[in-house]
Write a protein that binds this ligand. Structure first.
Ligand SMILES: [Zn+2]
Length: 69
């Protein structure tokens, strides 16, 4: 995959967490995303079966991260 900013080939790596990763419309600093209302959540990015992270593409020149959900 090419970087959308500079066009160089991106490197594959992982975005990893000790918990589940969510894509949300806003932050939930006190409750966290697990117990946030469903309308605030766009996607849960990993399941227990997926493990602790998701594959992402990075450009270290632009410090850009891209992933599919
Ligand atoms: Zn780039």
């Amino acid at each position: 995959m090419k970087c959308p900013l500079c066009g160089k080939e991106m490197e594959t790596c992982f975005l990893e967490s000790n918990s589940f990763l969510y894509l949300t419309r806003k932050l939930h600093p006190f409750m966290g995303p697990v117990s946030a209302p469903d309308c605030d959540k766009i996607a849960k990015l990993n399941t227990r079966a997926d493990g602790t992270g998701i594959p992402v593409y990075i450009c270290q020149t632009c410090r850009q991260v891209t992933f599919r959900y």
